[in-house]
Design a protein around this ligand. Structure first.
Ligand code: MN
Length: 433
């Protein structure tokens, strides 16, 4: 599962011109998604350069493995995620061969569509969406605002904290987000007030798409956990900090998170990510010993991901002035305290069944380094230190017409870098009554 093969060869090239120098979708990536062209039903595709190859069309023409083709008939990736990993690997190899062999171009060319003319959709039916809290620097920075002497919860280094979030309000990149309304309690008041959130924030997160299913009542070992990953995406877990501060005790966030979540449309598969797995060293020598179910038999605590994450903000005034997006932060995903394998092992240790198409969010990923904070709560110190933008504007939290763009690049020495694709949304005014 975790060894590279010919599809990861950095020298491999495709006959698709736009993919050769592509920053995100070269031949080594081959991410899966659901797209539509005007007037037609959504279907499954694969990004290659600036184009999308129609997998349903290739399957109907008999160009893909016969046991994989029936999994591509639906307008969602759940059947492929439910299949054994070997079938997803076989699909990757078949696509790689079709797109690298110039002699196969005639049979594939008719199934290529310019991505710019396609609309993307949420790639799978999300049964359950669980959001973790695996970014220790986010947990520390956020906790310090409330409890400066002891910012981390007592359980933080013993278990990957998570809560069950909302799947129905997940939208693909590009769908505008409405500012939520709700209760917030001003610090000088004993009773809450009601109205539009005044502290709308984004959260930079990595998303994990789940493959396969463990029976209810059976756990997934930390050694087997990475085998339950179908792929990765970017997640913006929009958060209303004022609503959150008032509602979150004692059962965790509710309306402050459930109003909207933006995900990037492409599933960068677990197979594509193999070159970018790296040793996980986020735990310090004096951290408490882990319970055995969170420790891999190989001695470490699982694999981290070599992914560089960035966040950009564009305001209405910046657009009018023709300014480029402003980089709010940059940092590595390897700064997460918990690995994806540990999150999955913990999620199922009580016998909870994870299903194909379930989505896990990592929690806000902040870096240990300056300029690496993954949300405005941390960047602005909850409004005490607003960001000054090149347009002269100040931002503590998001204003209407602000656009947030998350990007991610996986990189490793000796391999071709790949991207996760954009996760973008604009704040489009308040929810209607
Ligand atoms: Mn979150």
């Amino acid at each position: 599962m975790t060894s590279t093969d010919r599809t990861h060869n950095p020298d491999a090239e495709t006959w698709v011109d736009s993919a050769r120098a592509h920053r995100e979708f070269p031949i080594q990536n081959l991410p899966l998604g659901v797209y539509s062209i005007a007037g037609e039903e959504p279907r499954i595709g694969c990004a290659i350069g600036d184009e999308i190859v129609d997998l349903r069309g290739l399957a109907q023409d008999g160009r893909l493995p016969p046991d994989v083709a029936p999994l591509l008939a639906a307008a969602e990736l759940n059947p492929l995620f439910a299949a054994p990993a070997a079938q997803r690997r076989a699909l990757r190899h078949a696509l790689f061969d079709l797109l690298t062999d110039p002699e196969r171009q005639p049979e594939v060319q008719m199934h290529l569509y310019p991505a710019g003319g396609c609309r993307m959709h949420v790639p799978a039916r999300v049964g359950n969406f669980t959001d973790f809290f695996a970014g220790i620097h986010h947990a520390t920075n956020g906790g310090r605002l409330v409890n400066p002497n002891s910012p981390l919860p007592a359980n933080y280094k013993f278990l990957p904290i998570a809560y069950h979030s909302r799947s129905s309000s997940i939208r693909v990149s590009g769908h505008p987000v409405r500012r939520p309304r709700g209760q917030r309690k001003p610090p000088d008041s004993t009773a809450p007030v009601f109205g539009p959130s005044q502290r709308l924030d984004y959260e930079l997160e990595l998303g994990v798409w789940i493959a396969g299913e463990n029976d209810l009542g059976s756990a997934v070992s930390v050694d087997d956990a990475f085998g339950r990953v179908a792929g990765f995406c970017l997640v913006n877990d929009w958060s209303a900090r004022d609503l959150q501060a008032w509602e979150f005790q004692p059962l965790g966030p509710f309306l402050s998170k459930s109003f909207h979540t933006t995900i990037s449309p492409w599933v960068v598969t677990a197979e594509a990510m193999i070159p970018f797995l790296m040793p996980h060293d986020a735990r310090a020598a004096d951290d408490p010993e882990l319970l055995p179910y969170l420790v891999t038999t190989t001695g470490g605590s699982g694999d981290a991901l070599s992914i560089q994450l960035e966040v950009y903000l564009t305001t209405e005034r910046m657009r009018q002035q023709g300014r480029p997006p402003y980089k709010l932060s940059a940092g590595p995903a390897s700064d997460m305290y918990w690995t994806v394998a540990q999150m999955i092992a913990h999620h199922t240790v009580n016998g909870c069944n994870l299903m194909p198409g379930d989505l896990l969010g990592s929690g806000t990923i902040s870096s240990a380094h300056p300029g690496g904070a993954g949300c405005l709560l941390e960047i602005s110190l909850n409004g005490k230190q607003p960001v000054e933008l090149p347009s002269g504007e100040l931002r503590s939290y998001l204003e209407d017409s602000d656009e947030i763009r998350l990007t991610a690049t996986a990189y490793a020495e000796g391999f071709r870098s790949i991207g996760l694709g954009d996760c973008v949304a604009i704040v489009a005014g308040c929810v209607s009554a």
